[in-house]
Write a protein of this length. Sequence first.
Length: 207
Amino acid sequence: MSLRFAAGALFAIVLASSPALACKGPNVVFADSFAEADPGWGTNDQLVIGSNRAQLKSQPGGVPGSFYNGSFFDDADICIDVTSPPAKNPAGVNAGLVFWADDWDNFYMFQITPDGQASIYRSQKGKTIFPVSWRKADAVKSGTDAVNTLRLTLKGGNGTAYINDKQFVAFKGMPPKGGSLIGLFSASENGAVNIWSFSNLRITDAH
């Protein structure tokens, strides 16, 4: 194999595995490699950023989360890589992307579990509902240290969720007027600490 061909093949592999390919909008609105902490994430003892990843760590049974407070977002195409932790009860552990958020009483979340489940969750005035209930998602790579690329396309009150570039579900919702926050969220199982990792956050405009 020639060096030119080898380099080209390697470049193609990198591009094929890049979450940037999952976001289809022509213009990048926001990106975070998590190489170092962006102050927009605020100060949160349960969120550690650095070395190209953001990690959420909670006490057993805890549900830590963090908003990015550097900007409001309107219609968008959002992608992120999520790495699953070890878990004794994979069905009792979840993490994902927070979107269409005003505050922690009013937000949506696209979430997965290490055993291959996914859902769309909503907190409305502090009350919990599921616009899309927990269900099997065949595209989820299951198990410890599995990396899954989550993608959301949001336009008006319509959203579509993808896992590893395969459509999971289309849904409807009520985004906040004037733009919304995005964020990260995770949950640990009872009796254990589960540390989820996030990387390669990228947001493009909707297309």
